[in-house]
Design a protein around this ligand. Structure first.
Ligand code: KIV
Ligand code: ZN
Length: 383
């Protein structure tokens, strides 16, 4: 099973327009538990009083998932993270340090040796509190495999239980990321004892593809967010990663613990809380993801859903697909909708209504049920 580490409430919440208050975070955390994510990253405890309180309340509220707080590789951050997560049934401290030359030189002003020392101190400090400690090498994809192997061996020796290899700036390409994860796995002593995690950003639109490539290379944990919210262009979208694994079992041969019928509810809740709406054509959860307007497609789907649907709407928690009636729709879909509305019409009546429906669709773009009722009623009053 691939572990789903949900960071909607930490990396997701860091994106403009997506911040949430305590109650909203609690509501979302309860929904993430129903969704059955393995890990909830509840926040960055030291970043604000509000964040600390949210992490603490989530840790006290959810029962099954691991609850993590982010912490820089600093004792004061790790202390705050522990105080926030310690009441959880399954607490985790997630500490991180950048490893790429550009971050070491300009942000941290550290040598590689100093970075290793700092990372080891951080993991050792976290281990005094908590068995479950994740170490992330920020900007890993712009770091050499050789240096990553060194720092990962050192933190594994210090007790890290999860090693995260983030594509912080969304720079990786799936083929390259696959080779990168494989090379790290093969060249790092102790990697077989820990969970290998990936955390991909979407700057080039490849966060989900990169996460899937990493799974193929041996990653066992994927960090992602509901609706793909997150810094800049966002993080890997949880629903896309999960449904790829489910629908393409033949390719990936691994699944997740996610209750997929809770996906739509989770997406809608987040959209309602933050006001950040997903685009209509968003994979899995966009309003058009299970909508069919063209006559050819509608005819196919009415005859056999699998002609144009590779997963069922029910599998993500929708009650049914959506046949949108517009200028591309055909007689089959119109007849079907009229029957749903309780009107049985002869072939001749259908031809008549269809002509007027097409004229209306050209004017209105989408023809709703009430428009159809009006057409039918006008037809009847002319009889
Ligand atoms: O993108 C990133 O590298 C992160 C780390 C803190 C895991 O969010
Ligand atoms: Zn991130």
């Amino acid at each position: 099973m691939i572990k789903i580490f949900d960071t909607t409430l930490r990396d997701g919440e860091q994106s403009p327009g997506c911040s949430m208050n305590l109650n909203e975070k609690l509501q979302m955390a309860r929904q993430l538990e129903r969704l059955n994510v393995d890990i909830i990253e509840a926040g960055f405890a030291i970043s604000s009083k509000g964040d600390f309180e949210s992490v603490k309340r989530i840790a006290q509220t959810v029962e099954k998932p691991i609850v993590a707080s982010l912490a820089r590789a600093l004792e004061k951050d790790i202390d705050a993270a522990w105080r926030a997560v310690k009441d959880a049934n399954n607490p985790r401290i997630h500490t991180f340090l950048a490893t790429s030359p550009i971050h070491l030189e300009y942000k941290l002003k550290m040598t590689e040796e100093q970075a290793i020392e700092r990372a080891v101190q951080a993991v050792r400090h976290a281990k005094k509190y908590c068995h479950d400690v994740e170490f992330s090498a920020e900007d890993a994809t712009r770091t050499s495999v050789e240096f990553l192997a060194k720092i990962f061996e050192a933190v594994i020796d210090a007790g890290a239980t999860v090693i995260n290899i983030p594509d912080t700036v969304g720079y990786a390409d799936p083929f390259e990321y696959y080779e990168f994860i494989k090379a790290i796995k093969e060249n790092t002593r102790g990697m077989e004892k820990v969970d290998i995690s990936v955390h991909c950003h979407n700057d080039l639109g490849l966060a989900v593809a990169n996460s899937l490539a990493a799974i193929k290379a041996g990653a066992t944990q994927v960090e992602c967010t509901v609706n793909g919210i997150g810094e800049r262009a966002g993080n890997a979208a949880m629903e896309e990663v999960v449904m790829n694994l489910k629908v393409r079992q033949d390719v990936y041969k691994v699944d997740t613990n996610i209750v997929t019928t809770e996906i739509m509810r989770s997406s809608n809740l987040l959209q309602n809380i933050t006001g950040a709406k997903v685009q209509a054509n968003k994979a899995i959860v966009g309003v058009n993801a299970f909508a069919h307007e063209s006559g050819i497609h509608q005819h196919g789907v009415l005859a056999n859903k699998e002609t144009y649907e590779i997963m069922t709407p029910e599998s993500i928690g929708l009650s049914k697909n959506n046949m949108v009636l517009g200028k591309h729709s055909g007689k089959h879909a119109l007849k079907d909708r009229l029957e749903d509305l309780g009107y049985r019409v002869s072939d001749e009546e259908l031809n008549n209504i269809f002509d007027r429906f097409k004229t209306l669709a050209d004017e209105k773009k989408t023809v709703y049920d009430q428009d159809l009722e009006a057409l039918i009623l006008r037809d009847m009053s002319n009889m």
